[in-house]
Design a protein around this ligand. Structure first.
Ligand code: ZN
Length: 155
């Protein structure tokens, strides 16, 4: 990995871990256009709840709450920013891209499609952190797949 990407990785992760965007449950309850799921990574102690609100098949709002390590929080923060305004099909495509990026050796980040999420190519250097970084994304898919799901990285 280039040094510049490594620096960027640390900078972006720290920034989002310290000041998570879209943090907190939505105002009021999670109503009919809102889907939620819980994610749990017992290996690290990361727990989060994700709330995704749709309108006309497009993500209108995405927020999360919970607690965990810097990488899990930063990943959820960046993810909620990235999926807002996107149709569900694009969100699923993005999941696949980010999942490949973090787990498949040799996957080059597509800077145009991934924007800031490209920094997560850096997580491949820290295999124990991959579950922290992918937790929010697996939780997202559970929310899209029907809501009220529970996701755990361990069986
Ligand atoms: Zn973690």
């Amino acid at each position: 990995m280039y040094d510049s990407l490594r620096d960027l990785y640390q900078e972006v992760i720290l920034d989002h871990a310290k000041n998570p965007r879209n943090f907190g449950a939505p105002e009021g309850d999670c109503y009919k256009n809102c889907r939620l799921a819980h994610g749990n990574n017992p290996l690290c102690g990361d727990r989060l709840t994700l709330y995704v609100t749709f309108a006309d098949g497009v993500v209108r709002d995405a927020t999360f709450d919970g607690h965990g390590c810097a990488i899990s929080m930063a990943s959820a923060s960046l993810m909620t920013e990235a999926i807002k305004g996107k149709p569900e099909a694009e969100v699923r495509e993005l999941f696949q891209r980010i999942h490949d990026l973090m787990t498949v050796e040799g996957t080059e980040p597509d800077a145009q499609a991934l924007d800031k999420l490209a920094v997560f190519s850096g997580v491949r250097e820290f295999p124990v952190r991959v579950k922290c970084a992918t937790l929010a994304w697996h939780t997202l898919v559970a929310a899209l797949d029907g809501g009220d799901g529970d996701v755990t990285t361990e069986v």
